[in-house]
Structure formats: C-alpha cells, structure tokens
Design a protein around this ligand. Structure first.
Ligand SMILES: NC(=O)c1ccc[n+]([C@@H]2O[C@H](COP(=O)([O-])OP(=O)(O)OC[C@H]3O[C@@H](n4cnc5c(N)ncnc54)[C@H](O)[C@@H]3O)[C@@H](O)[C@H]2O)c1
Length: 423
C-alpha cells in the first residue's frame, strides 16, 4: 500500500506525517520551495516540529515506511491511494474557486490505475467530489469511475496553531463512492486516527457535514457579534452578559470577533453558492457572512470614537496594531480581517504600525502590500488595538507603548477591564 498526499499545506503535511508513521507516503506539492524545505525538516506553517518531521522523513531507503516530499509526478505513479488536500478558496466575488481541485485532479488522473482510490479532504459543497473532480479523473485517465477506480471524501477538522487537537486526536468523518469503498477508506483512516472515525453513508453527506460545521460556527459568531453591537449601544459589557448567560447549561459559549482565515469565513459561501444554483436563496447563512464581514470596519469606527472622546487628534495619529495573523499563535495570514480594520483606520488618516512576532513580513507585503515588524516598536502610540490573542501579547507592558493620552482597545477580550474599549 502506498499513499500520495497531494498538497502539503496546513492540512496535507500533518496528515502525510501521520500516515508516514505506518505507511509508505509520498507528499506531492507544486511549490518547489515548500517541498525542499519539508525534505530538510522545515515546516514554515509551524504545525510540525523539525524533530517530528525528521522522524518520518525517508533517508535513502525507499522500501520502508516514511515520508518523501516531491514535486515530481513520477514519484506518485505507483501509489494506490491519492489523498487530495489542496486549497478551496473563493474569488473576489466570494464565488467558490475550484481551480486547485481541477488541477490536482488532472495530476492524479495522469497516474491513475485500475483499483486506485482518490480521497478528497478539501472543504467543498455537496457534490464537488463526484460532479466536479471525478469527471476530470475519468477524462484524463480514460478509466471508468466505480468500475476501474473509486473515490472517497474525508473532511479535515484540524485547527492550525492548536497543539492539543492534532489530526490523530480529532474524530474523522469518512466516506466512499460505494459501500465497500467506504469501508476501505474508513479502515485506512481508522488505522492512524486514534480518536476514531465516523463512516458517513455517502460522499455527499460527508461533504455536507464539513461545510455545515464551519457554517454553524460562522452563524453563531455572527449572532454574538450582533449582540456586541447592540450591547455597545446600550452601554452594557458584552462579556459580562455572555458570562452570565453562559451559566445556563445549554447556552453556547461563542465570543464576538473578527472571522478570518480560509475556513469559517469562506466555507459558508460554498454552501450558499450550491443552494443558489439549485434555486434556494439562503438567508441566515449570508446574513451571518455580511455581519461578520462588517466587523473590521466596526472595530475601526469604535476605536476612532474612543479617540475622539479623549480628544486625540485623529488625522495622522499613530496606532499600533498588535497582530495581523487571522488567529492566535499561528503564522497564517490568509483572509485575515485585521486588514479590514487597518484599511478603515487609514481612511480616517491614522498611521498604523503592525507588530506580529508570528507572521512572515514578506508574505504580508506580498499579499496585502502592508509593512509588518517582528520587533516590538520602541516608540509610543496614540492608540493600541490588540487584534490577535498571540501568547506574546498577554505579558506586554502596554503602558510603555502608550502616550499619556491614548487608548487601548481589546478586540479579543483577553485583557480584562483595564482597557478603554472592547468588542
Ligand atoms: N487550514 C485549516 O485549518 C483547514 C482545516 C480544515 C480544512 N481545511 C481545508 O483543507 C484544504 C487545504 O487547506 P490548507 O490550509 O492545507 O491549504 P494550504 O494553502 O496551507 O495548502 C495547500 C497546499 O496545496 C498546494 N497545491 C495547490 N495546488 C496544488 C496542485 N494542483 N497540486 C499539488 N499541490 C497543490 C499548495 O502549494 C499548498 O502547499 C482547504 O480546502 C481547506 O478549506 C483547512
């Protein structure tokens, strides 16, 4: 048995590493730099430590189990399981962009053989595996689906930056294109996922399950974001309210915040798109998206109001933004909503300095044309926004960064009550 994992990012690498503890695994990616770094033990997403990665990397002996990363299609020719973990983004109009799925399916199609199983892990709307990816596999390989080759879908549930809920510790949903293949795919995952598996009856059920997990989270956060806006107008502390309500056994503990990243802020659009295609126009899902997408501008306006109340001159004020990653303790800046806060602040004429010890300044410059620093600035600011709850920020001496008349705004609500404002 030989497994190819196609796409070695936040999802693919941890999975390839895990399978490599028991199987012969080839990690395939089109990013040459990423592959060469991985083969030397370096994971710049910081999900897998150098020691852990090196413990599974193959060194010379190609017969034993372990991981070899490659950009060469020849290296995946003799695999019999292909697991696809490529990105599923949206375009600038929030429409699903399936290009990486089509391209990677073409790659797999070129090496597909009789009896092979292709399992997709990327988050999609129900139907993508069988209606979009399988036709590409059939066309390129010339083989017949469910006769010559088979498919599966097993959505990923990892949480980047979370060193506790690692891939093997999260129960995994599995599925197959026939009942027999479902069992085979399930057995494969069961052999490495210590938390166990749940075999869904069909691929479409498994696809739908994943996309609603993230949509549910998005809607719940949108609800508390709306509450935060209401309580702000009423002059009530949202966190005090949530703490009090949270004493009821069935009150869900969601917190207000910026919903960024490429999962929760993106996946509901996949579901909405499919629904719209079928003539149903989702109301709650898209309302949640609109609300969450408006929070960056809202935070900026709240900060400007607080500054104005303290008679701090807004135009050319100096503001320190703490964090630009889309979430705490991880270097991922994809679809970070901190950039919405920053662009709103800039519209008010405020100068923003961004400090984030986790992210790669070159990546932020490339993605957003913004300058960030990994060094804590030594100057003092008119305003500070704690945007991301990186551990480093918990022990910061905020006073040393603040001018005498300044404000401190806590988006994440982690600094207690000694702040001028919070969501
Ligand atoms: N990161 C998460 O927290 C998370 C959690 C659950 C599910 N997902 C889903 O998993 C999928 C992958 O996400 P990710 O965060 O790992 O993305 P990523 O951007 O970190 O990694 C994707 C990798 O795929 C590679 N790639 C792109 N096109 C390719 C191709 N044609 N052939 C081979 N390699 C290709 C890229 O070079 C990159 O290394 C997405 O659908 C995402 O929604 C992500």
């Amino acid at each position: 048995m030989k497994i190819a994992v196609i796409g070695l990012g936040y999802v693919g690498l941890p999975l390839a590493r895990l399978f490599a503890t028991k199987y012969d695994v080839i990690g395939f990616d089109i990013n040459i730099k990423r592959v060469s770094e991985l083969n030397s033990g370096l994971d710049n997403t910081l999900e897998i430590s150098e020691d852990l990665l090196k413990s599974v990397l193959k060194t010379g002996n190609t017969n034993k189990n372990g991981l070899l990363c490659s950009t060469n299609i020849e290296d995946i020719k003799d695999c019999n399981y292909y697991i696809v973990t490529v990105p599923t983004p949206v375009d600038k109009n929030n429409k699903p962009d399936l290009t990486p799925l089509y391209k990677s399916s073409e790659t797999v199609g070129k090496v597909l053989k009789k009896g092979d199983i292709v399992v997709y892990e990327s988050t999609v709307y129900p139907g993508v595996t069988e209606e979009e990816c399988v036709p590409v596999l059939e066309k390129v390989s010339g083989l017949k689906f469910n006769i010559d080759f088979f498919a599966g879908y097993s959505p990923e549930r990892i949480n980047p930056g979370d060193k506790e809920h690692t891939v093997e510790k999260i129960l995994k949903v599995t599925s197959g294109s026939t009942p027999e293949i479902g069992i085979k795919v399930n057995e494969l995952y069961k052999s490495v996922i210590t938390a166990g598996t749940h075999l869904a009856p069909t691929i479409r059920v498994a696809e739908a399950a994943k996309v609603i997990e993230n949509s549910q989270r998005d809607i719940n956060i949108a609800f508390v974001n709306e509450l935060a806006k209401i309580f702000n107008v009423l002059g009530i502390d949202t966190q005090d309210v949530l703490e009090a309500a949270g004493t009821k056994w069935n009150f869900l503990p969601f917190k207000p915040g910026l919903v960024g990243g490429h999962c929760i802020g993106v996946d509901p659009y996949y579901l909405a798109q499919k629904a719209q295609e079928m003539g149903y126009h989702p109301e709650i899902i898209l309302a949640g998206r609109r609300l969450n997408d408006s929070m960056g501008e809202y935070v900026a306006s709240q900060v400007v109001k607080l500054m104005s109340k303290k008679e701090i001159t807004i135009n050319n004020a100096e503001l320190l933004m703490l964090g630009i990653a889309f979430k705490e303790n991880c270097p991922d800046v994809r679809n970070t909503k901190i950039v919405d806060v920053i662009s709103s602040l800039k519209e008010y004429g405020i100068n923003v300095t961004i400090y984030d010890p986790w992210v790669n300044p070159a990546e932020v410059s490339h993605e957003y044309s913004l300058k960030t620093t990994r060094e804590l600035p030594s100057t003092k600011f008119d305003a500070i926004i704690l945007g991301v709850a990186h551990n480093e920020f918990l022990s910061l001496d905020f006073k040393s960064l603040q001018k005498e008349n300044s404000i401190l705004y806590d988006v994440k609500g982690i600094l207690g009550n000694h702040v001028d404002g919070k969501l």
